[in-house]
Ligand binder design. Structure first.
Ligand code: GLN
Length: 309
């Protein structure tokens, strides 16, 4: 048996001298205030064990990792019809790119770039007031994580509402192409609040378990999605979860993963477990710099890459 706690401890010890590498997201003022030297990592395995190291119990802003949970909800609502509104190809562009959206007539490349996630939020919003859609997401995340204490950080949501000019542009653009059905302010209200979900690595690792265990949370027994849907969400995370850094992440880590500009990454080892890592400093394409390094170490030491050990 691999001693996962020993592996986590060794990764933490080796990265200690490097903490603070990268640059925290400063285009969202609230995120600019985060101490860049924090580091946490947690692994929830399908046998129900959770192991962790460092600041794994400190909640942080999960940002774009929330796009995985919103995608799960949207697929539950409209199924495959979602793909009329959003593509399934890697973008090769920045997460907040505008150029591609014009060239491709308002259909975002995939559900993980900002434009795609905004379209997904529009789908989850249908039939709801914005407040209800946010409530639905919060209930869902609490359910998959089996943790009622998870909250949304209103300060972060407000901070992004005041400064999210690119997202406002993306949303207006899609509305002009009839790819948003609700008022831009309502859709972005949902989107900014989902990004402001605040979770620790331990909570996030538990929340991702359904993706590692054929759609069912093995701890609670809750069936979340079908095995086929879990497999497909993992495929999208592998190909698109790190934006224009997705190829590099697959090359180095070899696991489906989704990053957020809060410095978190959720990675899935199918059949084995779900891993969350947090280190706020980002690399040039906006993914956690040391988070990816930590996951590369983990994959190398466990042989968990989906491409073989
Ligand atoms: N809320 C952030 C934004 O919309 C999310 C981006 C990210 O985490 N990559 O810009």
């Amino acid at each position: 048996m691999t001693d996962l706690q020993a592996i986590l401890d060794s990764i933490h010890a080796e990265l200690l001298p490097r903490l603070g590498e990268g640059k925290v997201a400063d285009y969202i003022p609230e995120l600019a205030k985060v101490d860049p030297k924090q580091f946490g990592m947690a692994i929830a395995t399908v046998d129900g064990n959770v192991r962790s190291v460092g600041d794994a119990d400190i909640p942080f802003s999960i940002q774009s990792i929330s796009k995985v949970f919103m995608l799960t909800l949207a697929l539950g609502k409209v199924g495959e019809a979602l793909w009329k509104r959003v593509g399934r190809e890697p973008s090769g562009t920045a997460f907040n790119s505008i150029v591609q959206l014009e060239r491709e007539e308002g259909i975002p490349r995939n559900p993980f770039v900002n434009a795609g996630a905004i379209a997904v939020s529009d789908v989850v919003l249908s039939g709801h007031a914005p407040r209800e859609a946010i409530g639905e997401l919060l209930r869902f995340v609490r359910y998959v994580a089996d943790d009622e204490s998870i909250t949304i950080d209103d300060k972060v949501a407000r901070s992004e509402t005041q400064t999210g000019f690119r997202n406002i542009a993306l949303a207006n653009f899609m509305r002009a192409y009839n790819n948003l059905n609700h008022p831009v302010e309502h859709v972005l209200g949902v989107y900014f609040h989902q990004c402001a979900l605040s979770m620790s690595c331990e909570q996030l690792a538990r929340a991702g378990l359904y993706l590692a265990a054929r759609g069912t949370n093995p701890i609670t027994g809750h069936s979340v999605v079908s095995p086929k849907r879990a497999r497909r969400i993992n495929a999208l995370m592998l190909t698109c979860g790190h934006y224009d850094g997705s190829g590099d992440f697959a090359y180095h880590v070899g696991l489906p993963g989704k990053s957020g500009v809060g410095g978190g990454i959720l990675a899935v080892a199918p059949g084995i477990g779900s891993i969350a890592v947090w280190s706020p400093g980002l690399n040039k394409v906006g993914n956690s710099q040391l988070g990816a390094v930590a996951l590369e170490m983990l994959a190398a030491r466990t042989g968990w890459s989906v491409f073989g050990d």
